[in-house]
Ligand binder design. Sequence first.
Ligand SMILES: NC(=O)C1=CN([C@@H]2O[C@H](COP(=O)(O)OP(=O)(O)OC[C@H]3O[C@@H](n4cnc5c(N)ncnc54)[C@H](OP(=O)(O)O)[C@@H]3O)[C@@H](O)[C@H]2O)C=CC1
Ligand SMILES: CCCCC/C=C\CC(=O)/C=C/C=C/C=C/[C@@H](O)CCCC(=O)O
Length: 329
Amino acid sequence: MVTAKVWVLKKHFEGFPKPSDFDLKKIELPNLKDGELLLESVFLSVDPYMRPYSRRDMKEGDIMIGTQVARIVESKNPAFTVGAFVVARSGWRTHFISDGKDLQLLPSNWPESLPKSLALGTVGMPGLTAYFGLLEVCKMKPGETVLVNAAAGAVGSVVGQLAKIGGCKVVGCAGSGEKVAYLKKIGFDEAFNYKTVTSLDEALRKASPDGYDCFFDNVGGEFASIAINHMKKYGRIAVCGAISQYNDSVPQQGPYVQVPMIFKELQMEGFIVTRWSNRREEGLNALLKWVVEGKVKYHEQVTEGFENMPMAFIGMLKGENLGKAIVKV
Ligand SMILES: NC(=O)C1=CN([C@@H]2O[C@H](COP(=O)(O)OP(=O)(O)OC[C@H]3O[C@@H](n4cnc5c(N)ncnc54)[C@H](OP(=O)(O)O)[C@@H]3O)[C@@H](O)[C@H]2O)C=CC1
Ligand SMILES: CCCCC/C=C\CC(=O)/C=C/C=C/C=C/[C@@H](O)CCCC(=O)O
């Protein structure tokens, strides 16, 4: 019998999650039945969506939702061999049993030298979010100017680099000097620390006096309300996330955006990356190619130890990560 460790949601979050909202439990796993396989998590992802989704999808006592890169340690399923690596959506667990239907093998051309954890970030769901959000929602064109916030994160850092590959001018913002330096290092044309600028309005104008054709919004809230006034006519806004609101006990009431929407004839579209699940391979192959060619750089914020998952999650929500936040078991 294998003993799995799991993190459960002990108490629904009120404001920022606290370590006391989680409980670490042990589960004895049964022996495998025909067609099943036993897997051990190697890397686990902590993502912003877990905060709002926990309230929507979970009840207290449930195992925290999430994805992992896992290794097959025992198999009674001929489609999966021991030692293979997969991406799974089995939540915050060290070990789990699967019938194989919910597993996605890492691309067969995954280079040995490339960290498999990238399957949770740049060459995974966040990377796909950047890829499809830019191509299908922003519909960026060469020569345009793209704005992205939370730009040093898992999604934002890929947005900026893909926009550069697409021939755009790219402006990004993040919450520390270290992150701003990273943005410039990976090719952003302009980058600023939204926490230290005296005026966000001025910073946006200085970074691109002519305004922005595309705004890839990861943050929402006040930033979005100010940024919308800097959009060019016929600009496009991809509403990817609203992380400035996820931990609010009382929803913010942002100022109205109808006036700039009308006068600038803007398009604003929310999206969830699973919309393009049927094009997942296309996106992953493109992202993997750009990473291997060195055109897309990556950075991972690695927290060691399964017991540190809550702190990694809370740290990411507080902006302590540069690049994709992951936990190495
Ligand atoms: N629509 C979709 O399908 C998907 C949407 N998303 C969304 O994309 C966004 C980024 O996700 P992801 O790249 O995984 O996360 P990141 O790796 O960017 O980590 C979150 C970052 O958000 C920033 N942040 C946190 N709180 C605030 C705040 N109050 N105001 C401004 N910035 C804040 C912090 O960076 P900083 O230093 O810049 O403050 C923090 O590091 C999230 O909103 C997420 O929900 C992600 C995946 C799929
Ligand atoms: C205050 C309300 C916020 C609404 C928007 C919330 C989150 C946006 C976001 O981050 C969406 C992320 C979607 C990620 C999808 C991941 C899938 O690969 C797996 C998700 C978990 C599951 O469905 O099993």
